[in-house]
Design a protein around this ligand. Structure first.
Ligand code: F6R
Length: 255
């Protein structure tokens, strides 16, 4: 795991966007695994700037998103399909038919999970998977559990996650309680993984992820076993790692 220091959110976003742009420049037909949430917003803004400047072309690129809430249609402004359209896809030249996300309105869970895994397989797998990390160590919506999940599945969201998401909804009862998510196995099968984290609130979980035991109670800890993981995090998120395991962090200023 290569953990790269960023000064702040803007620096993190620029570094993460550079990695994604490099992937697409080197392999224009790349399959990008994408994430939603606050963490990637700056990265997406920076990718749009790179696209506008003519530095990166998404015409041949394919995208598969990590997850989607159950019960929200793609027109719902809290759905992840809406988020991706508004924050990235409609600003770049990726073809809509090349963007994939689980169908939150499909009530046939087994069929939906199978369909999504088949899409990823038909694309030849994921070249670069972008991840955020939950305060409880979740990646995608793989919540702390007694075992690691393999494939795309439907999950009941942890109370902490529902609480964290409630800031986006007018009423608490509108906050979805279930979601479709790629499994840990689906994520681990990606050729490369890029995880981004910002802010002091993530410091504790970054330490557990990178330097703690590998266990399903901290789902992101399994990334220690992947052969090509880059973590880009700002100095607030890296606070505890720099204090307890500074040898794991690359590029931190020498004081
Ligand atoms: C989003 C996702 C989640 C988020 C995580 C962090 O598609 O899968 O795992 O990455 O909840 O969210 P933020 O970035 O809002 O802190």
């Amino acid at each position: 795991m290569n953990i790269i220091y960023a000064e702040d959110y803007a620096d993190l976003s620029r570094k993460a966007a550079n990695q994604i742009a490099a992937q697409v420049i080197l392999k224009p037909e790349s399959v990008l695994g994408l994430a939603t949430g606050s963490s990637p917003l700056g990265t997406y803004r920076r990718l749009i700037e790179l696209y506008d400047a003519g530095d990166v072309d998404f015409a041949a690129c394919r995208a598969v998103n990590l997850d989607e809430y159950c019960g929200l249609s793609e027109q719902n402004d809290q759905s992840y399909a809406y988020f991706m359209r508004e924050n990235l896809f409609r600003h770049i030249n990726i073809r809509p038919e090349n963007t994939h996300i689980p169908d939150g309105m499909n009530r046939d869970m087994e069929a939906e999970c199978r369909r999504y895994e088949e899409i990823i397989a038909s694309l030849g797998g994921i070249d670069l998977q972008l991840l955020g990390i939950g305060h409880n160590g979740h990646i995608g919506f793989n919540e702390p559990d007694s075992s690691f999940s393999r494939y795309t599945h439907c999950v009941e969201l942890a109370k902490q996650t529902v609480d964290a998401n409630s800031r986006f909804f007018a009423k608490r009862e509108d906050v979805p309680t279930h979601a479709y998510t790629m499994g840990i196995g689906t994520i681990m099968a990606a050729n490369k993984i890029l995880l981004i984290a910002s802010g002091e609130g993530k410091a504790h979980i970054l330490l557990e992820m990178a330097a703690g035991p590998i266990c399903p109670q901290v789902p992101a800890s399994i990334l220690q076993l992947h052969s090509d993981v880059t973590v880009i995090a700002d100095k607030d998120a890296l606070g505890l790692l720099m204090e307890k395991a500074p040898h794991l962090v690359t590029g931190a200023p020498v004081v």
